[in-house]
Write a protein of this length. Structure first.
Length: 237
C-alpha cells in the first residue's frame, strides 16, 4: 500500500500535497479521455457540455482568487463561485449521461439542473466540515487558512457588529497561519449560527434537486441519482 501514516504535521501536509497533485493529474487524464471519446464518436453535443463545464470551472476559480484578496465575498457571490467551480462539473456529468441516452430535451435539462443543485449542496456540505468537531479526513479550519470565505463564515459575518467583523476578517487575512486564531474564527462561526444556516441552505438545494428528479420517468438511473444526492448531503467525510 503506497499510502503510509505520516509521522508529523509536516509529513502529513507534504503527503496531502502529493495526493492532491495525483488527484488533479488523474482528473485531467480522465477529462482528456472523455473529450477524445466525444470527438471519436462525433458526439459534439457531449463535447460542448464538457467544454462548457471546464470553462465555468476556470472562471469560478479565478473569481474566488480575485475575491480572496479583498475578502469581500457576499452570499450571492459565494453561490456564483461554487456554481461555477463545483456544481458545473456535476451538472455536466449528469447532463452528458442523460444526453447520451435520452431523447426528451426537457428531461436532459432537468437532469442537468439536478446535477447543479446536487453540486451546490455537495459544496456546502464540504464547507461545513471546516467548522466541525469530527475527524473527517479534512484538516479543521483549512478553508480559513487558505483565506476562503465559505457560507457559514459569510453568514456569521453578516450578523455581527462592525468591530467584530473587522477583527475576524483581519484574522483570516493576516493571522490565519496561527492555530489559536483559526480556532477563534471557528468558535465565532459556531456561536453565530453559521453552521445551522448553511445546513438549512444545503437541505433547500437538496429538496429542489429531489423535486426535479421526481419529474423524470422512473428508472434504475433515477434511483441511483437519488442515492447520490442523499450520500453527498449526509456524508460524514
Amino acid at each position: 500500500m503506497w499510502w503510509t501514516m505520516p509521522t508529523s504535521a509536516v509529513d502529513f501536509f507534504d503527503q496531502c500535497v502529493v495526493e492532491n497533485k495525483i488527484a488533479v493529474l488523474v482528473g485531467d487524464f480522465l477529462l482528456s479521455q472523455g473529450l477524445l471519446l466525444s470527438v471519436r464518436q462525433q458526439q459534439f453535443h457531449l463535447l460542448e457540455i464538457v467544454s462548457r463545464a471546464v470553462k465555468e470551472m476556470a472562471e469560478g476559480e479565478l473569481l474566488q482568487m480575485e475575491k480572496a484578496r479583498r475578502l469581500d465575498i457576499r452570499e450571492e457571490i459565494y453561490y456564483d463561485i461554487i456554481r461555477q467551480k463545483t456544481a458545473s462539473l456535476i451538472a455536466a456529468a449528469c447532463s452528458a449521461g442523460a444526453a447520451s441516452t435520452a431523447t426528451d430535451e426537457a428531461d436532459v435539462e432537468r437532469i442537468r439542473l439536478f446535477g447543479e443543485k446536487t453540486g451546490m449542496a455537495f459544496q456546502i456540505r464540504d464547507d461545513l466540515f471546516d467548522f466541525g468537531t469530527d475527524d473527517v479526513g479534512k484538516p479543521l479550519g483549512i478553508d480559513i487558512k487558505e483565506k476562503k470565505m465559505t457560507l457559514p463564515l459569510i453568514y456569521a459575518l453578516s450578523k455581527t457588529d462592525r468591530t467584530t467583523r473587522r477583527r475576524i476578517i483581519n484574522i483570516v487575512k493576516n493571522e490565519s497561519d496561527k492555530a489559536e486564531k483559526v480556532a477563534e474564527v471557528i468558535q465565532f462561526v459556531r456561536q453565530s449560527g453559521g453552521l445551522e444556516y448553511a445546513r438549512e441552505v444545503m437541505y433547500q438545494y437538496r429538496q429542489e434537486a429531489f423535486d426535479l428528479l421526481d419529474k423524470v420517468p422512473e428508472s434504475e438511473a433515477r434511483e441511483a441519482l437519488r442515492d447520490l444526492l442523499l450520500f453527498v448531503t449526509e456524508r460524514q467525510k
